[in-house]
Design a protein. Structure first.
Lengths: 289, 395
């Protein structure tokens, strides 16, 4: 039936033939209206085959699609017609593809499903929720893919952050050595480095959240245009912000702690002169001579 | 000596170098995966569409093949018209539908493909033979598993229901003559293939002389686009789709993945670049004294720059090689996730490894490694020798 609708939509044209009976009304989606320059009140001919004999209809409504993820990649047009007219137009007889049944609450739904399935032959009753689960399988797959990509990204970011913190603390080795020679305790030095690491991670997180929000706006703007849908493709939720900030702070603090402990366990004079590096490096003979 | 010096510098801060290499490895793995994602789906789809040599497809007007339940009427006339077009060597009509096979008290429903067995391009026989008579069919592994049927069995099949009479319609007795791999179907799909005339007959008036799709083979060396235009002119009520058109339309639908691959690939490259740039910059800042001493004893600026660039490239290359292995493992895992897309043909791979992808990723990373080392090394090697020596000596 959907195919027939599509064919009907594709074959529309401004009616120039005399009507056989008073035209019925039709609703079209705004995508079709925009592409075919159709306005409310326009008279169209809809037919089963392109250019075939059809029925005259009047556009009575232009509808906006719901934000339904299952339709996002489908570039089709959609028209809503009176059931009897569509059945007649496509020679479908007294048939429908499905019924939507409203019941009074969950128990009534169970009983209705049971009774329909007991007497039915050739069709089956389903709970709307089960159909929703089945039709959303595509998005579950996409969601799993996103999660996997997210984990890889987090691992890469964690290593990047660790490396940066290590470099940042390492850069401070002369300051740390001077502080230790002045008699500042190792604990105070570690704390100060960790406070610095927390500040860097905190400021970095704030900038990251702001960048993420801007990126989400750009992504939504771009894909809403591409797929012509009101769907939100990227959402910056409080949960995601909390995860990013906590992860960043924890990683920053761990990296700061590791680097600071390494520095405070080395002799201060060697740190000051840089000899701790020379001890670990074996220069090639050509350089040593 | 150039490489020895670079090695000495890199091993001076082992943990730092190790972390940077690990970071580059993860970035390289991500980059490789995204390069594979960007091209893999296209390549595997193209391979699938051309696997049986059919370059063109005819679908109901305004649709892609099997995108809707719509069918093309007057199929025999379409075949007659297509055969008059020069350079067409074969046309294979296909009708889709459902078939209900009853064995004992149990009924199994499967997707049915009605084809011309002599020219079909929808399945490959893995055991037994292609249907030769009107009452023969082949079935997929999953169908055989679900029904317990074996080659040589006679099956009672129907193509529809009559709810008023509470009985099956379009009943036939069919003989199972082969096991087949259905090329365009998902991995776990119960499917059967049978002569198109049999399926048309089983489906009754709704499917009389109708087809869901025609696959057309064009003579080798002929211009496919010319044949496409001729088909469109001769058959205005159907949509003619070339492999390129089909790929373009699928590309449009799945552009999300291509764009995601581009964005994440660019981010991965940027992260690897930033990581190496930071490392090399810090390393140069720490060794300003060493660098100006080298310059003071007559080492050429170009050579100093080269040594520092070698350090950056070494981190990138070692990280990239580790990333290549890591990337293949993660690509396999990510592909297994996307392979569970409902209705996706089993032959489609989102992540397809091709050596040129690996070379491409490696080339990008090497270029990033060179760029990452150029600025800090040039800055370090260009410092005034006397002033820097004095500053470094005084501290």
């Amino acid at each position: 039936m959907l195919a027939a609708l599509l064919i009907a939509a594709f074959s529309q044209s401004i009616d120039s033939t005399p009507a056989r009976r008073p035209p019925r009304t039709i609703a079209i989606d705004e995508r079709l209206a925009a592409d075919a320059h159709i306005k409310l009140g326009d008279r169209l001919v809809v037919s089963m085959t392109p250019g075939g004999v059809g029925d005259s209809v009047i556009v009575s409504a232009i509808v906006r699609r719901r934000a339904d993820p299952s339709e996002v990649a489908r570039a089709e047009y959609r028209a809503v017609m009176h059931l009897d007219e569509l059945q007649s137009l496509i020679g479908y007889g007294d048939r429908v593809d499905r019924f939507a049944v409203a019941t009074r609450g969950g128990v009534a739904a169970d009983s209705a499903i049971r009774r329909v399935n007991d007497v039915a032959f050739g069709f089956q009753a389903f709970r709307s929720r089960d159909i929703a689960v089945e039709t959303s399988r595509t998005f579950l797959v996409v969601s799993r893919f996103h999660r996997a990509i997210g984990v890889i990204t987090i691992v890469a970011s964690a290593i990047f952050l660790l490396c940066i913190m290590l470099l940042k603390v390492d850069e401070r080795r002369r300051d740390v050595a001077a502080l230790r020679l002045l008699g500042i305790s190792s604990r105070s030095i570690v704390r100060s480095v960790m406070v610095e690491a927390a500040l860097v991670a905190g400021v970095g997180s704030a900038v990251g959240v702001a960048l993420g929000w801007v990126a989400a706006q750009l992504i939504n703007w771009h894909y809403r245009g591409v797929y012509r849908t009101p769907l939100a493709f990227a959402l910056v939720t409080p949960g995601i912000v909390a995860l990013a900030v906590i992860l960043s702070l924890v990683l920053g603090l761990v990296a700061g702690l590791l680097a600071a402990r390494r520095l405070v366990h080395m002799p201060a004079l060697e740190l000051l002169t840089g000899r701790h590096e020379d001890r670990r490096t074996t220069l090639p003979a050509a350089v040593q001579t | 000596m150039l490489f020895h010096l670079a090695w000495a510098t890199l091993t001076r801060h082992r943990s730092r170098t190790l972390l940077a290499t690990l970071g580059v490895a993860v970035s390289a793995a991500m980059l490789l995966d995204m390069v594979m994602l960007a091209s893999g789906m296209r390549t595997s789809l193209r391979n699938l569409l051309l696997s049986k040599g059919f370059q063109l497809r005819l679908a109901p007007k305004g649709t892609l093949p099997f995108d809707t339940d719509a069918t093309i009427p007057d199929a025999s006339n379409v075949i007659r018209v297509v055969r008059t077009i020069p350079d067409v060597t074969a046309i294979s009509p296909v009708l889709g539908g459902q078939i209900h096979v009853t064995i004992g008290a149990r009924t199994t429903t499967a997707t049915a493909l009605g084809v011309e067995p002599a020219v079909q391009g929808d399945f490959e026989i893995t055991q037994g033979r292609t249907p030769a008579a009107m009452n023969e069919l082949v079935a997929s592994d999953d169908f055989l598993r679900a029904t317990g049927a074996r080659i040589g069995d006679t099956l009672s099949a129907a193509a529809g229901y009559d709810p008023q009479l509470r009985s099956f319609t379009g009943r036939r007795t069919l003989v199972l003559v082969g096991r087949a791999h259905f090329l365009y179907m998902p991995a776990e799909q119960r499917a059967v293939g049978l002569p198109i005339a049999t399926l048309q007959g089983m489906r009754g008036a709704d499917a009389r002389d109708r087809a869901s799709l025609f696959m057309i083979r064009v003579r080798d060396g002929a211009d496919v686009d010319t044949v496409l235009h001729r088909l469109q002119a001769a058959l205005p009520t159907v949509t003619a789709v070339s492999t390129e058109t089909a790929m373009r339309q699928v590309d449009e639908r799945l552009s999300y993945f291509r764009q995601l691959a581009f964005i994440l690939g660019a981010v991965s490259l940027a992260v690897g670049f930033l990581l190496v740039t930071t490392l090399v910059t810090v390393s140069v800042n720490e060794r300003l004294g060493e660098i100006v001493v080298m310059r003071a004893i007559g080492v050429a600026r170009r050579r100093v720059v080269l040594q520092i660039v070698v350090e950056g490239v070494a981190i990138m290359l070692v990280g990239a090689l580790a990333g290549l292995a890591l990337g293949l493992v993660t690509a396999r895992y990510l592909n297994s996730i996307l392979a569970s897309f409902p209705g996706l043909p089993a032959a489609i791979d989102f992540f397809l490894f091709e050596p040129r992808d690996a070379w491409g990723a490696l080339a990008l990373l090497t270029a990033a490694g060179i760029l990452a080392g150029v600025y800090p090394s040039w800055r370090g090697a260009s410092l005034p020798i006397a002033t820097t020596l004095r500053e470094e000596a005084v501290g």
